[in-house]
Design a protein. Structure first.
Length: 236
């Protein structure tokens, strides 16, 4: 029995070590020590990783901040946005687009649009905090260009909250096409829509510095091919 246990342990450890080497670019290398691991930050009153975004027992908080699901624990942005489809680009897209961010993108913007503090989570929801995304790097701000009136300007960034529709747009690959190590295109859509999480794996680690948690590497230097992420969906 001891010998069998030892053999099983060796197999498990071998699989684990192999996985840790091969995981990157959307395969879920794990959030520990990733760009979204804030456990060591002074503002993180729980010193946890997951709790900045999720909580196991909701206590009704999720309904209070927007019913977005995923046991959400972070304040959502109340900003309005100028979307890609609302600008002059509307004639160049074929999928049905929402007129405000929805789904997972709404959650991402709760930190990345710069209007909500990163530390506004858990028992601090609804209480203004002081640590914002641009305290880390203004490059993490989405949108990164000037507002349009009272709207945050998303009109010049890749469309989000838009249906991925290869039938309407023949320059799109079928949803069965591969999305690197994340499975297929269908696997990274949110209710059939392209969202922030379609291109970025927030629970992953960067295989190469400054690769922005992309599911597929964009360059040879990053371990992929030139424009690999773009060409995973677009036929060009």
């Amino acid at each position: 029995m001891k010998k069998l246990i030892a053999m099983l342990y060796t197999v498990v450890m071998t699989i684990g070590l192999t996985a840790s080497v091969s995981f990157a670019n959307g395969a879920g290398a794990g959030i520990t020590n990733s760009p979204h691991d804030f456990s060591a930050e002074a503002w993180n009153h729980r010193a946890e990783i997951c709790r900045v975004c999720h909580v196991p027992h909701d206590h009704g908080r999720n309904d209070a901040i927007g019913s977005e699901g995923l046991l959400w624990n972070h304040q959502l942005s109340s900003a309005t946005y100028l979307m890609y489809a609302e600008d002059s680009h509307i004639n160049f897209i074929d999928g049905a687009a929402d007129y405000e961010p929805t789904g997972v993108s709404k959650l991402c913007l709760g930190c990345h649009d710069g209007t909500v503090a990163i530390d506004e989570f858990d028992n601090k929801v609804g209480t203004p905090q002081t640590t914002f995304i641009d305290d880390y790097d203004t490059g993490f701000m989405i949108p990164g260009i000037a507002d349009v009136g009272s709207d945050k300007n998303l009109s010049n960034t890749h469309p989000i909250s838009i249906v991925y529709d290869p039938a309407a747009d023949t320059n799109l690959k079928p949803t069965t096409a591969s999305m690197g190590l994340s499975g297929t295109i269908a696997d990274v859509l949110d209710g059939g829509k392209v969202q922030c999480s379609s291109c970025h794996d927030v629970h992953d680690q960067e295989s190469v510095a400054l690769t922005h948690l992309l599911r597929v590497a964009q360059t040879v230097a990053q371990g992929g091919t030139a424009s690999g992420l773009c060409l995973s969906c677009h036929i060009k």
